[in-house]
Design a protein around this ligand. Structure first.
Ligand SMILES: CC(C)(COP(=O)(O)OP(=O)(O)OC[C@H]1O[C@@H](n2cnc3c(N)ncnc32)[C@H](O)[C@@H]1OP(=O)(O)O)[C@@H](O)C(=O)NCCC(=O)NCCS
Length: 171
């Protein structure tokens, strides 16, 4: 079986990923969310699987400029035909490693409350849902977080704590 190496995201990845992203998100218009600057200025904390032009998974992350001990995941996507193989987990673990090496103690991200697959994925990755300002379909949300009417689920995970160390309630 082909070995899938994780490498840092490159400026050369922009065209392909930008072109496929709406499809990978089930037709949602996401392209504007990943401008070229992420492919040029966030490379040490962003990752891809596959050669430029043939990427099957990517993650865009960074270390907060405001809170140096916090890492943030802006975007993660895996080719629809390659989901469920552990690629999303590999991409996250790559960032967990780099962020920990750089002194981060936690990592955060957000998702849409409608993206139930993403919520399940983050729970599997050891994130907890932050208590928000409301609830939607039984999930805590931060109302109007992204814009009026654009509610978001917020996640946080402590770094350097293995899953087996966490108490059962937080799993
Ligand atoms: C979310 C996404 C990145 C997951 O990638 P993936 O490669 O399929 O995930 P993995 O195979 O590494 O799964 C890791 C864990 O999450 C769980 N998981 C992943 N997707 C899941 C889903 N849709 N429902 C339930 N659990 C899910 C897996 O069961 C696995 O759990 P385990 O390791 O405890 O067995 C992928 O589905 C995707 O690209 N979705 C569209 C883009 C998106 O919504 N991104 C997130 C918001 S930015």
């Amino acid at each position: 079986m082909q070995t899938l190496l994780i490498r840092n995201l490159l400026p050369a990845d922009f065209e392909q990923i930008s072109a496929v992203i709406d499809d990978w998100w089930g037709g949602r218009p996401m392209r504007a969310m990943i401008p070229r600057l992420f492919f040029e200025h966030f490379n040490p904390t962003s990752f891809a699987i596959g050669e430029p032009g043939q990427v099957i998974g990517f993650l865009i992350g960074f270390i907060s400029q405001s809170q140096r001990d916090v890492a943030y995941i802006h975007f993660v996507g895996v080719h629809p035909g390659r989901r469920g193989e552990g690629l999303g987990r590999k991409l996250y673990e790559a960032l967990f490693r780099v962020a920990t090496e750089q002194g981060c103690s936690s990592i955060e991200c957000i998702t849409s409350p409608l993206n139930t697959g993403s919520i399940e994925f983050h729970l599997s990755m050891g994130f907890t849902l932050l208590t928000g300002s409301g609830q939607l379909h039984g999930v805590p949300v931060f109302l109007d977080h992204a814009a009026p009417g654009e509610h978001r689920v917020r996640f946080r995970k402590s770094l350097g704590v293995s899953d087996s160390d966490r108490s059962p309630q937080t799993k």
